[in-house]
Design a protein around this ligand. Structure first.
Ligand code: NAD
Ligand code: UFG
Length: 338
């Protein structure tokens, strides 16, 4: 089986490529390297015993993408490529709609023209919006999103569902990720954000190595056990393994499938700080700040459907997530080499 992985050099994509190759799948990576370093490709190579091909190509480059499909024998696609910074999307909505939505339209058109009708899409728990009560299940209403990034995910879900209605020989899997953290056990692959991290774990690890003075905790007056936001953190390797199962599912027959990929457990910001301090032995100073716009109090999954239908569940706990994040950050204080 040969899988084209868009955004395969990024954080979740690189971990997924390792697990796909370990599972005997042939991988072809397409990435324009707008949010990752090329050295991540070498790190993937160093962890697997099999070579693979990568192309530097933007998914909006229809000709380039088409020639890749003509050259490689692609059975299915895992589509990670996209811009993902919530706050940036507020300032650059056109760039986000162009990259994420238009990019997906180009990809789907090229796939169809080349007879490839199987796709796994990286969606997000953000599509559940502000009003659903956790644990979130796949049948809840989606769409109450509050920012352009989230809207691109919701729009792409709609596009893929309409595509399936128009032609049910497609096999489409929408994976709604909760909060991926952690890193490969080796410490050689992990999350390497540009500039000041928006997300909690990379911010904590940068405080731990001394790059940032303290963590800002965005609000302690939520209706949660300690007042700080509660999220469903999932180890990136568990998430990667979920993709291996999802690809097997779409290979098995046509259909439209939607799954949460989360652990089903919620941890507050201060729970994560404590777990990280325990795993690393490093104290994380923090200051309580105001709430961050657009944040909700609590967001965690009901991961039961993925277990029932894919036989997948997350195995790695919050301690392991923190240990692995710390190993990556301490071994690579400046992230991937240029
Ligand atoms: P990432 O930025 O590390 O990876 C995305 C990759 O896509 C990068 O390597 C980037 O260079 C590439 N890319 C972006 N636009 C491209 C384009 N037009 N053509 C080709 N390549 C392009 O992000 P990630 O955390 O690995 O996320 C992967 C996917 O999962 C994204 O679609 C993201 O929105 C989604 N997601 C992530 C999270 C999270 O918290 N990390 C949560 C929910 C959903
Ligand atoms: N937080 C802080 N300080 C920080 C960063 C985060 O207190 O410096 C808090 C947030 O307020 C929130 C929690 O930590 O309570 C998690 O925040 P993240 O930014 O790490 O994650 P979010 O849940 O806000 O968003 C993530 C992804 C989105 C995705 C969403 C739902 O960044 O892309 O999960 O899947 F849409």
């Amino acid at each position: 089986m040969s899988v084209l992985v868009t955004g395969g050099a990024g954080y979740i994509g690189s971990h997924t490529c390792v697990e796909l190759i370990n599972a005997g799948v042939d991988v072809v990576i397409v990435d324009n390297f707008c949010n990752c370093k090329k050295s991540s490709i070498n790190r993937i190579r160093a962890l697997v015993n099999k070579d693979f091909t990568y192309y530097e190509c933007d998914i909006r480059d229809k000709k380039g993408l088409d020639s890749i499909f003509k050259k490689e024998k692609i059975d299915s696609v895992i589509h990670f490529a996209g811009l993902k910074a919530v706050d940036e999307s507020v300032y650059k909505p056109l760039e986000y709609f162009d990259n994420n939505v238009n990019g997906t339209l180009v990809l789907l058109d090229v796939m169809r023209n080349n007879g490839c009708k199987k796709i796994v899409f990286s969606s997000s728990a953000t599509v559940y919006g502000m009003n659903n009560i956790s644990p979130l299940t796949e049948d809840m209403q989606v769409g109450g999103v509050t920012n352009p990034y989230g809207r691109t995910k919701f729009m792409i879900e709609c596009i893929l569902q309409d595509l399936y209605v128009s032609d049910n020989s497609w096999s489409i899997c929408l994976l709604r990720y909760f909060n991926p953290i952690g890193a490969h056990k080796s410490g050689t692959m992990g999350e390497d954000p540009n500039g000041i991290p928006n997300n909690l774990m990379p911010y904590i690890t940068q405080v731990a190595i001394g790059k940032r003075e303290y963590l800002n905790v965005w609000g302690d007056d939520y209706d949660t056990p300690d007042g700080t936001g509660v999220r469903d953190y999932i180890h990136v390797v568990d998430l990667a393994l979920g993709h291996v199962k999802a690809v097997q599912k779409i290979e098995a027959g046509s259909g439209l499938y939607i799954y949460n990929l989360g652990t089903g457990k919620g941890y507050s910001v201060l729970d994560v700080v404590k777990a990280f301090e325990k795993a690393s032995g490093v104290k994380i100073p923090y200051k309580i700040g105001p709430r961050r716009a657009g944040d909700i109090a609590t967001c965690y999954s009901d991961p039961g459907k993925a277990y029932r239908e894919l036989g997948w569940k997350a195995e790695r706990d919050i301690e392991e997530m923190c240990e692995d994040s710390w190993r990556w950050q301490s071994q690579n204080p400046n992230g991937y080499p240029d």
